[in-house]
Design a protein around this ligand. Structure first.
Ligand code: ADP
Ligand code: MG
Length: 394
């Protein structure tokens, strides 16, 4: 893949429209609980400012239905990290504010997903065009959303022929994942959990081909248990992917790979918490919330000899202390390995920080779904959309 890079652009005096990933976790008061994605974008932002351009930053935040997630707290947080003002553009004010922007100044647009055009650019070409008109160059540094075919990650690039470049974070992620994809040291173990079953299960067939062992936990595991005709009570799972879980279990046998599902689970009915063997099934009114102690041991055993590990998706509802044991134990196990360890995904990174082992993980990837899809396809729509260059970035 040969794509233009931020370093290739003559930025001085220009307006640079940069797609960043400020989709950070927040508490119910709108306070940022983990700013690693904002910090990860600082190298590109700082470099661009040092070159004497003005910056227009754009991002999404969450999945707003009623314009409830404003990016204002992220703009303020960025200002405090940079020790300089960041002008915030409420909806509809961006055109004038961008036009008035001077070199060295930063403008942050409101949550792009407030407009339906962000997620559905084909139906809203006027939205894409208006965004594109704000800047002279386009830079994509949002690895976490580079697997989405959205206005600010893909459609916009067509307005920047020869002027659409990768930012440093995107470049770093691609370099790392590309290396791992092409020459993984074996055994290569994958750990897949979390709640976004539909966006992740599609990557599993190709992960199964590339990996030696896959460990399944979190809500993802319930979809597999359902495929084994084990009752899951009121656990989170996705009925329409049960057939795919079935296919994956057969496929793992055919390819002689091990696909390990939890053998015991922590379950709750809100009033009580208990551990059950999975074969018993989860009773009606109870839900699986963490992997059990036998599963923790089984997963640790599977990890001992690993030379490469990729983890996406917490193994339980780790935000609740009582259901964080499995995720924490596996995070600690990863920290002790002599292996290349990669953890990706917003919630997975939060879990790694909560376990206090972030400095013992080889690569913390800002993208969960994006890293899985990159491994699946070897590229992402947001990378493909960028301008061609003669210099390789992966
Ligand atoms: P990432 O952000 O790392 O890609 P996801 O967004 O897919 O991960 O999933 C993270 C969420 O999954 C967390 O909020 C966690 O509470 C949830 N989760 C994990 N295990 C379960 C489970 N057994 N039941 C319900 N939710 C779960
Ligand atoms: Mg998440």
């Amino acid at each position: 893949m040969q794509k233009l890079n931020l370093r290739d652009l003559p930025l001085k005096g220009k307006k640079v429209l940069m797609r960043v990933d400020f989709n950070v976790p927040m508490d119910s008061h709108g306070h940022i609980t983990d700013d690693s994605r904002i910090k990860a974008s600082l190298p590109s932002i700082q470099y661009a400012l040092d070159q004497g351009c003005s910056l227009i930053l754009m991002s999404h935040l969450g999945r707003p239905k009623n314009k409830e997630f404003t990016l204002k707290p992220c703009a303020d947080h960025l200002a405090s990290l940079l020790h300089k003002p960041v002008i915030f553009a409420p909806e509809s004010s961006e055109k004038k504010l961008a036009a008035d922007l001077k070199p060295g100044e930063i403008l942050m647009l409101e949550n792009l997903r407030f407009h339906p055009g962000e997620e559905n650019p084909e139906a809203h070409p006027e939205f894409v065009k208006a965004l594109a008109e704000l800047g002279d160059y386009y830079v994509n540094d949002a690895f976490g959303t580079a697997h989405r075919n959205h206005a600010s990650t893909c459609a916009i690039a067509k307005y920047f022929s020869g002027k659409a470049a990768a930012g440093f974070l995107l470049e770093k992620e691609i370099e790392f994942l590309g290396k791992m994809l092409n020459h993984p040291e074996r055994p290569f173990v994958g750990i897949i959990g979390g709640a976004k079953i539909s966006t992740k299960i599609g990557a599993l067939p190709s992960l199964l081909k590339k990996m030696d062992v896959i460990l399944i936990g979190g809500a993802m595991a319930h979809t597999f248990l359902k495929a084994k005709k084990i009752s899951v009570g009121s656990s989170l799972y996705e009925e329409e992917f049960v057939y795919q879980a079935h296919f994956l279990m057969n496929e793992s046998k055919r390819l002689n790979k091990s696909l390990l599902l939890p053998i015991d689970l922590v379950i709750t009915n809100q009033a009580e918490i208990k551990v059950i063997d999975v074969d018993e099934g989860i009773p009606e009114g109870w839900q699986g919330v963490d992997i059990g102690p036998k599963t923790i041991q089984m997963f640790k055993n599977a990890l001992i000899s690993a030379k490469t590990v990729l983890w996406n998706g917490p193994l339980g509802i780790f935000e609740v202390e009582a259901f964080a044991t499995g995720t924490k134990a596996i995070a600690e196990a990863l920290a002790d390995l002599h292996a290349t360890t990669i953890v990706g995904g917003g919630d997975s990174l939060a879990a790694i920080y909560a376990a206090g082992v972030a400095d013992k993980i080889t690569h913390l990837s800002t993208g969960g779904g994006a890293s899985l899809e990159y491994i699946e396809f070897g590229t992402l729509p947001g990378i493909e959309a960028l301008s061609h260059s003669n210099r390789s970035i992966s």
